[in-house]
Design a protein around this ligand. Structure first.
Ligand code: GDP
Length: 455
């Protein structure tokens, strides 16, 4: 995601390092490189112009800091301005005081609305909500059943018209015909109200291009359901076109937030960096894959530091908080400092780490990860699977004290876990080395709990 932009920006800023003072010429040169990097990433020209003007003004201005050297100051300014164009504060969903909260999705066909509906449903459920998905894309063949499939995967019910019949909502609602998306939307909201679903996600039809009928239908659904949020869903890979599409949807339907999809693709980042500035509406979510989990709230500050190669440390911390067992980690830290870590502890730590997601993703969030891309791509989950299998093949006593594992046991463990004896040997040797090193390091850094000396 944003790899080439990130590389260019980091490169532009790296040249400033080590300079005691920055001349205006230095700043101009850096600004020029940043400008090229942004244009290459497909950021829209007016946004680039405004961005560069602000950077130059601030970098040349009197923002003198004692704490930072000149290069760090420029990085700080670029970071702050990036956060600014990405929207500043994280914008959260506005939930209605009187449920159900209605969230309507709008965007071109193929933008990822139906996929997003499933992801949103999954995410809302995780947050303790009881969502209902409503299938109002009655145009694209298969869209209704696609929503039913993603709904099932997410464990979220879907309200949809029965194909070929009316959906048969009677009473106050009257009968809703199969072909009328506005009526389906209205009936879906009523269904949520009657059955105490607290959030309704309405999937609407898109077209390959912008057209009046599409806009008319989306506005009618908006009018009929009075959504609390209208999310404009846009494929980040369409680059410059994202801006024109966003503008058309804003004037045709209006929206309260943006969702960027397909950030996992070869996106150059232009959409992310332009849409907010051009429409004034915040990016609220980012989608980065086809799986339900490839989705998150959009945090401008984290995205900016990611683009600048500072790593997404905050996201990592948040994920760690979700999956980390603090007591277990503290107990392990104690043992590390005393050189008493066992393979059993190591296995537990590794399992905790892996609950946070694929190892490459986790490592990719670390600062400097951008520069270590090649090395990181070598770290794979399969390798870790093998390590876990080897440890699992050991008896508790062996995990406690791997020294007791003799040659015949090593062979048994290797056979049992489908690896070679030399892999078992390597693991045991490395474990001893690592344990020694970690104990030394934590001693030096004063880790491992206990009271610290203050003298
Ligand atoms: P809709 O027409 O707006 O409802 O779009 P769909 O939800 O059907 O998505 C269009 C295609 O894009 C499908 O093949 C999805 O699997 C794919 N897709 C959606 N979101 C993402 C994403 O974040 N990353 C990737 N790689 N593919 C996505």
């Amino acid at each position: 995601m944003f790899d080439s932009l990130s590389d260019r920006l980091t490169g532009a800023l790296k040249d400033l390092r080590g300079k005691g003072r920055l001349s205006d010429a230095d700043i101009d040169r850096t600004a020029r490189e940043i400008r090229l990097a942004l244009l290459e990433a497909d950021v829209s020209l007016p946004v680039v112009r405004a961005f560069i003007a602000r950077i130059k003004e601030r970098a040349k201005g009197a923002e003198v800091s004692q704490a930072l050297n000149p290069a760090q100051q420029v990085v700080k300014i670029v970071n702050e301005e990036l956060v600014g164009i990405l929207g500043g504060e994280t914008r959260r969903v506005q939930f209605a005081k009187n449920p159900p909260t209605v969230i309507m999705l709008a965007g071109l066909q193929g933008a990822g609305k139906t996929t997003l509906a499933g992801k949103l449903g999954h995410w809302l459920k995780q947050q303790g909500h009881t969502p209902l998905l409503v299938a109002c894309d009655l145009q694209r063949p298969g869209a209704v059943s696609q929503l039913q499939i993603v709904g099932e995967r997410a464990g979220v019910p879907v309200f949809a018209p029965d194909p070929g019949t009316s959906i048969g909502q009677t009473g106050d609602l009257g009968t809703v015909s199969h072909g009328d998306p506005v009526a389906v939307a209205r009936a879906g909201v009523a269904e949520a109200r009657d059955h105490h679903y607290d959030v309704v996600v309405i999937d609407t039809a898109g077209r390959l291009g912008i057209d009046e009928e599409l806009m008319g239908q989306a506005s009618d659904i908006r009018e009929a359901t009075q959504p609390d949020e209208v999310l404009f869903v846009v494929d980040a890979m369409i680059g410059q076109d994202a801006v024109a599409t966003a503008e058309a949807f804003q004037s045709g339907v209006g929206f309260t937030g943006v969702v960027l999809t397909k950030l996992d693709g070869d996106a150059r980042g232009g959409a992310a960096l332009s849409v907010r500035e051009v429409t004034g509406q915040p990016i609220m979510f980012a989608s980065s894959g086809e799986k339900l989990e490839d989705f998150d709230v959009f945090h401008p500050d984290r995205m900016a530091s990611r683009i600048l190669g500072m790593g997404d440390v905050l996201s990592l911390i948040e994920q760690a908080e979700q999956h980390w067992d603090a007591q277990q980690a503290e107990a392990a830290a104690q043992k590390i400092s005393q050189g008493e870590l066992t393979l059993e502890d190591f296995l537990e730590q590794m399992q905790m780490l892996r609950r946070m997601g694929p190892i490459g993703n986790i490592l990719g969030m670390l600062p400097g990860a951008n520069q270590m891309k090649d090395a990181l791509s070598q770290v794979d989950d399969k390798q870790l699977d093998r390590v876990q299998a080897i440890i699992r093949g050991m008896t508790p006593a062996e995990r406690d004290n791997p020294k007791i594992i003799n040659a015949s046991r090593r062979l048994r463990i290797a056979n049992g876990s489908g690896v070679t004896v030399s892999e078992v040997n390597q693991l045991v040797d490395r474990f001893f080395e690592a344990r020694k090193m970690m104990a030394q390091m934590s001693g030096r850094m004063g880790l491992g709990g206990g009271s610290r000396k203050t003298n």
